[in-house]
Design a protein around this ligand. Sequence first.
Ligand SMILES: [Zn+2]
Length: 191
Amino acid sequence: MEIISKIFLENKAWAADKIHMDREYFNKLALIQEPDFLWIGCSDSRVPANEITNTEPGEMFVHRNIANVVDLHDINLMSVMQYAVEYLKVKHIIVCGHYGCGGIKAAMTKDSFGNMDVWLKKIKDVYGDNALEVDAIVNEDDRLKRMVELNVQAGVNKILSAELIKSNPSIIVHGWVYDLRDGILHRIAGG
Ligand SMILES: [Zn+2]
């Protein structure tokens, strides 16, 4: 369990660091949560919302799932979105995919992944809607990259079509893709 002990040790060091920088850091954070952003990203451990945007706790309300799928029938995502919009009053919703996404890659095979197939079907549907364009791309890496972008675009479109967002037109919806190889975010839809 050494690996777990290390996490608690690192947590103490991190908390001490924050206090060192600002004695009131946790007191202020505990009082209020006023994030401007709702982040909908992939669960991939290499794409942590706060780290890659250099934001602090309190700045981003976060929902993550495999391949940052937006499904208006997903009660988890829709509850997060409703809370973010109606109670936290976020100003921006960001759908962020990433190149090299394992979920997208898995969905683009004919293999079965057990329970995950239900989830991956939502990505297969994005492919189905764009098969002509995607199939025309010869290189496999480029094909997967395009699917990552199309999946983000589909997510943005779905959010824009949600009643919750239509009735809050000041909210700006963004579609971004993060590149694992250089750490850079790219705008590809919305905004
Ligand atoms: Zn991913």
